[in-house]
Write a protein that binds this ligand. Sequence first.
Ligand SMILES: Nc1nc2c(c(=O)[nH]1)N[C@H]1C(S)=C(S)[C@@H](COP(=O)(O)O)O[C@H]1N2
Ligand SMILES: [Mo]
Length: 403
Amino acid sequence: MKQDQIKRRTLLRAAAVTALGSLVPGLSARQMPEAAPEDPTKVPGTPVGRLGTRSPFEQPQKKASDISARSPLQDFYGIITPSDLHFERSHNGVPRIDPQKYELLIHGMVERPMVFTLKDLKRFPALSRIAFIECSGNFRSGKTTMTPQEICGLTSQSEWTGVMLSTLFREVGVSPKATWFLAEGSDAAVMTRSIPVRKGWEDAMIAYAQNGEAIRPEQGYPARLFLPGWEGNTNVKWIRRIELSDQPFMTREETSKYTETIKDGKIRQFSFDMDARSIITYPSYPQTVEKGWIEIRGLAWSGRGKITSVEVSTDAGKHWHVATLQEPVLDKAHTAFRYGWYWDGQNTEIMSRAVDDTGYTQPTLQQLVNARGTDMGGYHLNPVTAWIIQRDGTVLFKPEKFR
Ligand SMILES: Nc1nc2c(c(=O)[nH]1)N[C@H]1C(S)=C(S)[C@@H](COP(=O)(O)O)O[C@H]1N2
Ligand SMILES: [Mo]
């Protein structure tokens, strides 16, 4: 790159940062220099401060609509989603909840109905677990100019810390006759879902922390229900009430919403598990590639267990090669994969498919259609996703029609 080109870029960047900085009061003291100096050893650096910053040269962002904000999967390294880039789906905004006044009531078919404050919850043995949360509506298609974020950015991964729900179940003495519980949020949507009690005994958690700090307001501060591997919607944020029962409650979110039409006009309800899936995040639209060695990179995950293998095809699905999985490969967790590929400069399609430890293989869109019909709605769609590599090195999404 020529010197004058570099200068021009630096100046443009400087202009952009200044414009942003002036909009955010109080940021100036910690703000990074507007442009990188020619020689960073010749000027004092930014003083230390109370909060870290992101380099002004790295500005990954969520892509927000009115109802959700999608994670920039293409900008991630490793498997942890930076908390401020965790996807968000809130049905009626983010409530502001005073942690001093927060209470979780557990009642219904229990021996001792109890109310837990946040302090109470934190007194119980704490557990941390790295796992993803994915919205079951996590598939978009339609045009070639779509990024991984736009196609399936409603999934993110954190280290969640909290108390096991089984611990609280023992505390209140859940009746052996209880088979379901209602989880209710304290947001303006008053989100409610019925959850089988077995999930509560298995691995459900009341999470109050995320990636080493208190859970973010967008993720459910001060506490949320965390159901590893289960559809995002059941992970009720800002949780205030759990009611044990011997039947599901048939709330709006599990009757009119979050159900799928399957074949023969039947409707599937309570489809909790998120099936295995993968996506290549590099190369992807709008990146470009050059002839030669390319490290294909991506993420794979399954709500039913561990990823056991990811296969990559670089010839439109004719041949498949086993990709390398990056440790740690965790249960119900985003897993990074990579595959070294020599691109000869010809037009082709690249794609990945995930296999999990139940033996399930990520289906193609056609296989999903064959199994569920063309009228299957927008939930639980996890098809193999292909990228078109064009001779000039540009990369496009391969959208497939299915309705
Ligand atoms: N109380 C409450 N819980 C909620 C929601 C909500 O709107 N209110 N949205 C649900 C949906 S649809 C999803 S996909 C996940 C999203 O979790 P996140 O915003 O932390 O990524 O939260 C679920 N829990
Ligand atoms: Mo969702």
